[in-house]
Design a protein around this ligand. Structure first.
Ligand code: ADP
Length: 373
């Protein structure tokens, strides 16, 4: 009697478990069906790729995007088959990020070659997922050809405009400098006119910096950052870049660390970075009359820091400072185009160094960069 009771109990339990499993299975199936519907009907190109970048599944939108008629034309091929040679490195980076570093998702912009040979620019988002013990990449491709072409047009315009503006502005700046030097030695020269003329020189100098930033930006965007590396003493650079500040007499430059260290780098470009950091300290931390330039020799690199004791930068702004066009306070009278730190970061990146900032509200900021030894 007891045996029958226990058997009945077991049957009841098994039935209950079976019911649960059935419901889980149907939920899973429901989820899979939903995913399949989204995959198939999405207007974005969808594909699933294996770790060796073979395309396992595609949706109709991707077939059309690549200029084919049937899924079967694409399934089994490699994504590299559609990538122009000079863009294949993008996919190697994606492969490394997802399968070697196991980054959960990865974004990139690249171009693909359609069946008829035309080029389509795409924004790619890839996420890793597991299926049957294997890892696959689920990838979304958005056609950004139109935006890309507009971006190129804008960049070309900036490049042409800044090239054209540079020479007249440089000439105007030099003439004003000369004129001011001459008239400031003239006795009885109306001081109001001298003041106006000095203002004109100041603003022409600002204009010249802005145009210089735009020109630099367009050069980087066209991939034109070639380095002309030489060996030089940091002290040469630091002395030169601070001479205009000493001349003004308002600020004191304090030197710390061994400035006699020699580095191998592009002197002109590192000078640009240093000038930008020192000028920023003056522009954005004017209350700090002392600016420290500190050189530290680390294990693998030399670190140069520009330290001010100004207002500091709010923590929420710090992660964005090195982004293109980013400004903390756009309305500030001294603000540029938000390109100075972006350009500095690009220069340091090409030198394979690092750049960063430490800032505390009310205490000041330390902008630093490294040059590898
Ligand atoms: P811009 O080229 O317009 O001068 P940057 O890219 O050089 O801009 O700097 C970006 C922002 O960082 C600026 O808008 C400014 O608010 C902030 N910033 C840079 N240096 C300092 C500093 N030493 N102290 C406080 N804020 C700073």
């Amino acid at each position: 009697m007891d045996n029958t009771k226990s058997l009945n109990n077991q049957i009841k339990k098994l039935k209950e478990e079976n019911r649960k499993l059935q419901s889980e299975l149907s939920e899973k199936k429901h989820g899979e069906n939903k995913f399949r519907t989204i995959f198939e009907t999405s207007k974005l190109g969808n594909k699933i790729i294996s770790p060796d970048l073979v395309i396992i599944e595609v949706n109709p939108a991707l077939v059309t995007l690549l200029g084919y008629k049937k899924k079967e034309d694409i399934i089994g091929t490699k994504i590299l088959d559609y990538s122009p040679e000079d863009h294949q490195k993008h996919w190697s980076i994606l492969q490394k990020e997802l399968w070697e570093k196991e980054t959960p998702y990865f974004n990139l912009e690249t171009c693909l070659c359609r069946k008829d040979g035309t080029i389509v620019w795409v924004h790619v988002t890839s996420v890793l997922f597991n299926d049957g013990g294997k890892t696959f990449g689920y990838t979304l491709l958005e056609d950004i050809t139109k935006q890309y072409k507009e971006k190129i047009k804008k960049e070309e315009f900036i490049s042409v405009a800044s090239h054209e503006l540079k020479t007249p502005i440089t000439t105007m700046k030099a003439s004003l400098q000369l004129m001011n030097r001459m008239i400031s030695n003239e006795k009885n020269f109306p001081s109001k006119i001298l003041k106006l003329s000095q203002e004109a020189e100041k603003y022409t100098s600002k204009l010249s910096h802005l145009v210089g930033d735009l020109l630099n930006l367009s050069n980087f965007e066209q991939g034109e950052m070639t380095l002309n590396k030489t060996k030089f003493k940091l002290s040469d650079l630091i002395d030169e870049c601070c001479s205009h500040i000493r001349f003004e007499g308002k600020y004191t430059i304090i030197h710390k660390g061994n400035h006699a260290i020699e580095v191998v780098a592009d002197k002109y470009k590192i000078d640009q970075v240093l000038v930008n950091l020192v000028n920023n300290a003056i522009k954005y931390a004017p209350e700090s009359t002392e600016i420290t330039i500190k050189v530290d020799s680390l294990k693998k690199a030399h670190r140069i820091s520009v330290i001010d004791t100004g207002k500091g930068i709010p923590a929420e702004n710090i992660p964005h400072l090195f982004e293109r066009y980013y400004q903390v306070n756009k309305r500030s009278k001294t603000a540029g185009l938000g390109l100075g730190l972006y350009i500095s970061a690009e220069i340091i990146r090409v030198h394979e160094g690092e750049i960063g900032v430490k800032s505390e509200l009310g205490k000041g900021s330390t902008f630093w960069f490294t040059i590898p030894k």
